[in-house]
Design a protein around this ligand. Structure first.
Ligand SMILES: Cc1ncc(CN)c(N)n1
Length: 226
């Protein structure tokens, strides 16, 4: 398989990926120093995030110009999320947090900005751009999972998180979406490839920001009656 396009994409985010690995949230997963409230906030926000992520994959499915890609993505909208949801549900059960509480939590400013961007691209832009926006969500998590796997974590919750994203179950859809990304650009002009890259870089920045928001226990600076 020709992986030149995705190699180029990864090259375009190497400084961002490096900063992700150096972020205290990520470092704190392996050395155990991540404060529990930051992890809890992250997992709750992530459960909200996944709702829009799934809808964005479904929109990509509807736009797929090839049946084989539509079938693959339809499977992701259902199955990929099952793996991540089971991680979340296990943690919520251990923490005594109900599904109702989770889904009644307002999205943080960063979460809302990221998911709004994803959904906007998914509904407004052509198929290849939607894949560009979705790709960091798959790929960065897999790379981070693999990177942290060797060090592991003294904290069982953080170890579960690492195991999920380093797992073969998570790797399969990542490889599939990478294959779609490399195939879909075969006949694309440089200008259209650049638009894919722009979304890829933007969403990679949002990935860093998502962990950072939880680390800072981000909240809205002003409040109404919610
Ligand atoms: C914010 C975020 N980005 C990506 C993933 C991996 N699907 C996730 N669970 N959360």
């Amino acid at each position: 398989m020709d992986t030149r396009f995705t190699d180029e994409l990864w090259e375009s985010i190497t400084p961002i990926y490096q900063q992700i690995l150096e972020h205290p949230f990520i470092k704190g997963l392996t050395d155990g120093s991540l404060p529990a409230p930051a992890f809890r906030q992250y997992v709750i926000q992530d459960a909200l995030y996944l709702q829009d992520f799934a809808r964005s994959i479904a929109a990509a499915t509807a736009k797929a110009p090839k049946d084989a890609w539509a079938e693959t993505l339809a499977g992701h909208a259902r199955d990929t999320l099952v793996v991540e949801r089971s991680l979340h549900e296990g943690l919520f059960k251990d923490w005594g947090i109900t599904t109702e509480e989770v889904f009644n939590t307002p999205p943080s400013p960063t979460n809302l900005a990221y998911t709004s961007y994803l959904v906007r691209v998914a509904y407004r832009e052509p198929f290849e751009e939607v894949i560009g926006a979705l790709l960091p969500c798959y790929w960065i998590y897999w790379e981070v999972g693999k990177q942290l796997e060797e060090a592991g974590s003294p904290n069982p919750d953080y170890q579960r998180w690492i195991d999920t994203y380093a797992s073969e179950e998570f790797a399969v859809p990542v490889r599939e979406v990478l294959a779609i990304a490399n195939e879909m650009v075969a006949d694309l002009s440089d200008a259209r490839r650049a638009r894919v890259r722009r979304h890829f870089v933007t969403c990679s920045k949002y990935e860093w920001m998502f962990w950072d928001a939880a680390w800072r226990l981000e909240d809205w600076p002003v409040k109404g009656k919610e």
